[in-house]
Design a protein around this ligand. Sequence first.
Ligand SMILES: [Cu+2]
Length: 309
Amino acid sequence: MNTAAKLGVYTLGLAVAFGGAIGIGKIVGPVGAEADTGGHGGHGGGSGHAHTGAAIPGGLQVSQNGYTLSPLQTTVKPGELTDFRFTIKGPDGKPVTRFKPLHGKRLHLIIARRDLSGFQHLHPEQLGGGVWAIALVLPKPGAYRFFTDIQPVGAKEQLTLGTDIIAPGEFQPEPLPQPEQAAFVDGYEVTLAGGLAPGKTSKLTLTVSKGGQPVRDLEVYLEAYGHLVALRSGDMAYLHVHPDGDPGDGKTRPGPEITFYAEAPSGGAYRLYLDFQHEGKVRTAEFTVYAGASGVPVETPGDGHTHTH
Ligand SMILES: [Cu+2]
């Protein structure tokens, strides 16, 4: 298929999806309604203590509350292993050296290309002088968003700073995949129940199975049985997501279900990335979700298709 034809299919898909979202929006509330910030100030994702107006979602700013993500290089050769280094500069302009651990790590580096493909979740090593280093590969050309999830000691709250890093070359954008209720990775099937509601906190339940059997022995990864990142299509806003329950709390089971609460700041398309660990390896299952639709699949008997209402 040529690019024009691909674009046509993509646009049609979006039109259908948005048409559906608008239809539902009449029932559950206005699509694109501003996030209700009441009582949510101080939640992670760098939303800030916004008591007036809507909070700015995390990940959209390279500098926030005096802290700045400062890469030592802004381009990376595609396909080559690169020793990528950066600092987080504090309000005094100097690299921050002390960070409060979040989910067991002092810094989480999340990477995705601007078309929401190429997701990576990395944990750089902290060198002296506030320098962070990670060996990484940006497999294909394009503009990549680099997010750092941090809480510097002295900062009032968790921050998600974001910056673009370019892998030069001919860029072949990938269309956003259609919403599906199931994702397949490395022999695992992960199903998604629940949807995103604009301006609200939504419950998302992911169920992991392998070979048709529920996986009941997920391993702890980042102090949880799963780690979920959600990015908004169009600007890569980084949603605040937190797991429901902790391993060892006496009620949170190691699968097959993993439950999260996610705050979608608006209607529109989002890409979800679930990291889960089983048999010693971390895998990522990805989903496209439209906020505004309920996201609950309705199986129509016989036709083998899943419709999202
Ligand atoms: Cu991490």
